[in-house]
Design a protein around this ligand. Structure first.
Ligand code: PLP
Length: 362
């Protein structure tokens, strides 16, 4: 299968290792094993394959994140990246029509394209607060559409689709018999209203929820994600999964279970980091006239719109060379004229001040 280059990954692999101030990150300061209450039992864990589709303990902890999912509606995957890929492989055939709401994680259009699907993009716009335009969505989704892909909360814009709007999207999909893949890796990180939005899997029988330990729970190194969806789709995913996963590491399964069982503690810590980042970002935006941005409603990233006559790739390359500050060019997300930053990054204040010095030197 030939597939387009994954632009964000290519950029980050090249530039992140040499960054002094890394604003490309989407994670909230990863936790160490020592910060998890793992107890002595870790030394007793036998390093076998473990339960192939995820331990009962882990699946039960995942189930508790949903209102109406049972154990049979859940399977554990190699990160959300593994979950997304297995869903596309399970659901799509050449010639199928797929609608993807962008900007988003590139998997959501490049994998369907590589599978020979007819992919239509529906762009979020800043003037709509980065929320989907329902009329436009309704016209772009046809009776031929098989799958709608969205990412909520959204990376890179930091927008969150309100629950009432999600209901509307579900009713559009329902009338046209369309599956919805909702990549919910930032679910639980809403800054407005309740921290957890409704999950698409709890709202719609063709709703597919993708979750992960990487963002909300600060454990990207575990490589644990999951799918929650209708039992027959989970069975199909498990069928595909046998060819590429066997099981996730038994240690990853073990630590993910512990983290989810103690998630309130992690969530409290992470909201502290998010609110601090938000306040630094807000103060900086008030002083920097050549950059504007809609403040995040959730998630860990925002798009900065810059008023400079330079392409985003050239800007990020030159900025990093001269200041050590790494940002992600909007072009890697089909959003020229913007750069993405992770506002929960460790050196946010220093990095933004350096960015200002860089801009204002001309
Ligand atoms: C929207 C989205 N989906 C999926 C992933 C992959 O996450 P994971 O680390 O769980 O594979 C990311 C990582 O940045 C992401 O932002």
């Amino acid at each position: 299968m030939k597939i387009a280059g994954f632009k964000i990954e290519e950029w980050m692999n090249k530039y992140e290792p040499s960054a002094k101030y890394d604003l490309t990150t989407t994670c909230i300061s990863p936790l160490s094993i020592g910060e998890l209450p793992y107890g002595k039992n870790i030394f007793d864990v036998k390093l076998g394959y473990g339960d192939i589709e995820g331990s009962l303990r882990l699946k039960s902890a995942i189930k508790s994140l949903y209102e109406a999912q049972e154990l049979n509606n859940i399977t554990v995957t190699h990160g959300a990246i593994g979950a997304n890929q297995l869903i596309f492989l399970s659901l799509l055939d050449m010639g199928d029509e797929v609608v993807s709401i962008v900007p988003t994680y590139q998997q959501h259009y490049s994998i369907p394209e590589a599978l020979g699907c007819n992919v239509k993009l529906c762009f979020l716009k800043e003037e709509n607060n980065w929320h989907p335009n329902l009329e436009e969505l309704d016209s772009i989704i046809t009776s031929k559409t098989k799958l709608l892909c969205l990412n909520n909360p959204n990376n890179p814009t930091g927008s969150v689709i309100p629950d009432w709007m999600l209901e509307e999207i579900v009713s559009i999909a329902k009338t046209k018999n369309v599956w919805i893949l909702s990549d919910e890796v930032y679910r639980g990180l809403n800054l407005i209203g309740k921290p957890y939005s409704k999950s698409i899997a709890d709202m719609y029988e063709r709703g597919i929820s993708v979750g992960s330990m990487s963002k909300t729970y600060s454990l990207p190194g575990l490589r644990v994600g999951w799918v929650a969806a209708r039992e027959d789709l989970i069975a199909e995913i498990n069928h595909q999964r046998q060819y590429n996963t066997i099981s996730v590491s038994i240690l990853d399964d073990y630590f993910a279970s512990i983290a989810l069982e103690n998630r309130e503690r992690i969530e409290k810590r992470n909201f502290g980091i998010m609110r601090q980042g938000l306040s630094i970002l807000n103060n900086w935006l008030n002083t920097e006239s050549r950059v504007s941005c809609l403040l995040p409603e959730g998630g860990t990233t925002v798009l900065l719109r810059y008023n400079l006559d330079i392409k985003s790739r050239d800007l990020c390359r030159d900025l990093q060379l001269k200041t050590g500050v790494a940002m992600l060019p909007g072009e890697t997300m089909e959003m020229e004229g913007y750069v993405r930053i992770g506002y929960c990054a460790q050196d946010l204040e220093v990095a933004l001040n350096r960015f200002s010095q860089y801009i204002n030197k001309g």
